[in-house]
Design a protein around this ligand. Structure first.
Ligand code: PGA
Length: 252
């Protein structure tokens, strides 16, 4: 299973900045892409087309959307559909990122619809889960992860496709954008809980599901994180905005 090195640019970068960053990243990789890894970039909507154009000839880089609405089209002011994303060459989408859950108050029902509708429409999904600090302190990590997975993936019946249509990102809320990275033991325990839960939901098909870690991944810690059991990739925010720092993570 190739490790997925994903960059979440959040609400950063104009079209010009996005084009410069992706060009610099490609030049830094310079034909040395490790064969067991692939890259995924989540630009803001306005730069998706720009990024898709820059990467269309390169098979190891993919583009994803940070959000979408689960309908083909319609009167949903301000929203973007999977059909529109696929149309610009976007292959992936995030669902359930903690900023969507906590700033935009997206609830389990909407997330379940998005995950199911997105996959049904032909997108590959990165479904994000993770506990808050108070939940960790209260010893509730396992309960929270099981609940988020159970609720969010309840409409998905089949992940047998070798295309990796479903991926999970474990992102402890207290580690996102804080510089506070989860320890190896915490990551390994959380990923084992997630793998076990996916097996109970999808049986052996769970082996097709990559589990990424996200939360303050940096060039300095990427190497040790990526070698932890059950870590099939990373989802990087802040440290992915610079091509230099993200390329170091890709090569970690
Ligand atoms: P961070 O963000 O790397 O800046 O902590 C990760 C994410 O939000 O996906």
């Amino acid at each position: 299973m190739k490790k997925l090195m994903a960059a979440n640019w959040k609400m950063y970068k104009t079209q010009r900045e996005a084009k410069e960053t992706i060009r610099e990243l490609i030049s830094l990789i310079n034909d040395n892409m490790p064969s067991e890894r692939e890259i995924l970039i989540f630009p803001p909507f306005t730069s998706l087309d720009v990024v898709c154009n820059e990467i269309k000839e390169i098979e190891y880089i993919h583009a994803g959307a940070q959000n979408f609405y689960p309908a083909i089209e319609g009167a949903y002011t301000g929203e973007i559909s999977p059909k529109m994303l696929l149309d610009v060459g976007c292959e992936y989408a995030l669902v359930g990122h903690s900023e969507r859950r906590h700033i935009f108050l997206e609830q389990d029902d909407l997330l379940a619809k998005k995950a199911h509708f997105g996959i049904d429409s032909g997108l590959k999904i990165i479904f994000c889960v993770g506990e808050k600090l108070e939940e960790r302190k209260a010893g509730k990590v396992e309960d929270v992860l099981k609940e988020q997975l159970g609720q969010g993936l309840k409409k998905i019946k089949d992940v047998s496709s070798p295309e990796k249509v479903l991926n999970i990102a474990y992102e402890p809320v207290w580690a996102i954008g804080t510089g506070e990275v989860a320890g190896e033991k915490e990551i390994s325990e959380a990923h084992a809980i997630i793998r076990k839960e996916l097996r109970s939901m999808f049986g052996t098909q769970a082996n097709n599901i990559r589990i990424l870690y996200g939360g303050s991944v940096k060039p300095e810690n990427a190497d040790s994180i990526i070698s932890i059991d059950n870590v099939d990739g990373v989802l990087v925010g802040g440290a992915s905005l610079s091509a230099k720092s993200f390329s170091k993570i890709i090569f970690a």
